[in-house]
Write a protein that binds this ligand. Sequence first.
Ligand code: PLP
Length: 431
Amino acid sequence: MLTKNEALNGLPGAPHISYRNEALHLEDASLGDLARQYGTPLFVYSRAAMLAALAAYQAGFAGRNAQICYAMKANSSLGVLQVFAQAGCGFDIVSGGELERVQAVGGDMRKVIFSGVGKTRAEMRQALAAGIGCFNVESEAELDVLSDVALVMGLVAPVSIRVNPNVDPKTHPYISTGLQGNKFGVAHEDALRIYRHAASLKGLRVVGIDCHIGSQITETTPYLDAMDRILDLVTDIESAGIAIEHIDFGGGLGINYNQDAPPAADALWLELLAKLDARGYGNRKLMIEPGRSLVGNAGVCLTEVLYLKPGEQKNFCIIDAAMNDLPRPAMYQAFHAIVPLAPRGDVPELLCDVVGPVCESGDWIGRDRRLAVSAGDHLAVLSAGAYCMSMASNYNTRGRAAELLVDGAKVHLIRERETAADQMRAEKLVC
Ligand code: PLP
């Protein structure tokens, strides 16, 4: 017979998130206490959960020449970046703003790679001046511009070309990036020609090859297929006399949101490394760009129930977090588990949609959930560490939430709640 706590546990994000005496905790911090002290909506992240996720990759790469570049688009809050910078990670960036965030936490610029289809000349200059490790170039036109920019600065830009391996990652179409018809990377069949072109440009030095096939991938086969396609190309490119120092397999590994069962990072890499070894590339420098799998299950968003609104066709549980805080359900019909901070046995369970205050019907956080709650109760939206705060907006002039980082029982405020004055700071009245 399970105890009540055992019956409640086994949540996405376990073991760092768990009920203790029927109160939800992240590490040793009581989330109910934090919600009361700091207010809601409130993001709370576990340092230990992030480091455990990183450790799974490090275990997978033990004894190899590998560099992990955290894809900071998943969560670029400075307190989160600090955890990864201190753990020796590099960073995958996609804008000049992200570059400045890496600088703000003292990250090692030589471990920074710059991805993205639309780098501006100003961003290229900024990254060259900072001395980043590699530009992951996504088109032939970008190669020409980058070479020009580097030559004007008297520098040579280290480049890798993102190749689109045309592999189906079997994920949501909006987060599938490695298929023909996606805007990312260069086509596999054009890659050799484009590598020859890159090697001929005076402002560039070819150092690697990269791919990234999508996000929230829960199967191993798409990675194995992509690896085969990329290794075929490495053979061809090197036969053409162009050395490839590193191979970057991107990010994309999924997490458990709702009975998803992605492979563990170390198990995935055991299989991928076996293929690399079998094909004779096991000693090559490897790079990866994981985002979601390092932070997704390390974070929760705490919210208060404002009103219960029973209806003819639907019941609604209206909370104080909304699509501006948690955009994934509205964007991708994504699922987040929603659980009470202190489960109640004294109120009836209601089948309801959990919705926010924003003036859009798309502002829902969970559909058809069974919750036993009253107004004033607190809930946790789980698996909210990735692609939530970094995608948060001010729609409806809602301030972005505060953020905490817990480390055991220690709690650090890493972002203050945004005020309306903060939001209006850069605006001007017409005089
Ligand atoms: N690398 C690139 C180029 C990406 O576009 C992304 C996300 O879209 C990532 C890495 C990180 O992906 P994930 O968070 O799924 O690991």
